[in-house]
Ligand binder design. Structure first.
Ligand SMILES: NC(=O)c1ccc[n+]([C@@H]2O[C@H](COP(=O)([O-])OP(=O)(O)OC[C@H]3O[C@@H](n4cnc5c(N)ncnc54)[C@H](OP(=O)(O)O)[C@@H]3O)[C@@H](O)[C@H]2O)c1
Length: 284
């Protein structure tokens, strides 16, 4: 019988692509995944906020590897509703640890975390830098990381920056703005280190193959640039009209905007990283 590799949150933006990639890359594993509101015939319905349901799911499958992608990345909603942020991003990880421990299940966990665990005052963050999240989203993800660090389970926290997926998130929004052919603004004072989904998937593959997860936290990210520059390079690459872009400045008081939450990729996967915008867009 094949060992099971389970993606919790396989119906999400990252999860869908990671599921399809891993199914092709690892025929030696049975790749299974979960969904919540989006229904899929390939995925099993699971509410990770429901302890009994998660318990049943894990006992039923006894996964060898779990990749955890479920949660809410909605920074604004998490900011308005702190309780929601913790209930969806933190408590399920506490449940997971308890269930694995109580049932002596030895699953290895890859937990996808975020650049929002940093305060954005310094930028180019290493894993050795202090975390100091300013948003409820960042706080709830860091708290989940802390539960893992204090636990006995085998885990790898993979912190990543904005993940570039065709037609989704920032990239999808940018494309639709250019296609409206109206002027629009992007911040020239907020830095990030976006990464194509293909590179994140590759990093996950490398760590699935690696037996040694001694390092428990790694960063995987792309080149550091401002949102405005990203827009400019994207326009160049796609042949859109750059003059539609207006430079704007984010106001950091009373907002969830971050000055510079760029990450430095871990040396173990630095060979995957992208150091120029041309290479960043060639995946799209
Ligand atoms: N996307 C990024 O740029 C990025 C960057 C850094 C870190 N991350 C982290 O990576 C994670 C995944 O990102 P994503 O872009 O794939 O997010 P996403 O598209 O919002 O997907 C979230 C996943 O969680 C599932 N989910 C939501 N509530 C659930 C519940 N109560 N029980 C079980 N599953 C539930 C969703 O299921 P349904 O869709 O079926 O409802 C979906 O599969 C995020 O939580 C975020 O912290 C993402």
């Amino acid at each position: 019988m094949k060992k099971k590799l389970c993606i919790i949150g396989a119906s999400g933006d990252i999860g869908q692509r990671m599921y399809n990639t891993l199914v092709n890359t690892f025929p030696e594993y049975e790749i299974i995944g979960t969904c919540f509101q989006k229904k899929s015939i390939y995925l099993e319905n699971l509410d990770v906020t429901n302890y009994n349901m998660l318990n049943r799911y894990l006992l039923n499958h006894m996964p060898y590897i779990i990749i955890w992608l479920s949660g809410s990345k909605d920074v604004k909603n998490c900011q308005i509703n702190e309780e929601f942020a913790y209930s969806i991003n933190t408590t399920p990880i506490k449940f997971l640890i308890e269930i694995l421990k109580n049932n002596n299940i030895k699953s290895k966990l890859i937990y996808i975390s975020t650049d929002y665990v940093f305060d954005g005052l310094k930028g180019s963050y290493l894993t050795s830098d202090n975390c100091n999240p300013l948003t409820n989203y960042g706080k709830s993800k860091l708290k989940a990381e802390m539960f893992l660090i204090e636990s006995d389970i085998t885990f790898l926290i993979m912190r990543t920056s904005a993940v570039l997926i065709n037609g989704k998130g920032f990239l999808g929004w940018l494309k639709s703005e250019f296609e409206k052919n109206n002027k629009f603004s992007l911040f020239e004072n907020t830095y990030f280190s976006p990464i194509p989904i293909e590179i994140l998937n590759k990093a996950v593959e490398i760590y699935i193959l690696k037996n040694d997860w001694k390092k428990n936290i790694i960063h995987i990210s792309g080149p550091r640039l401002t949102r405005f520059d990203f827009g400019k390079y994207f326009a160049n690459f796609m042949g859109y009209d750059k003059t539609l872009l207006i430079k704007d400045k984010a106001n950091f008081t009373n907002s969830t905007f971050q000055r510079d939450i760029s990450l430095v990729p871990d040396e173990s996967i630095r060979f995957l990283s992208i150091n120029s915008w041309e290479n960043l867009f060639k995946y799209l």
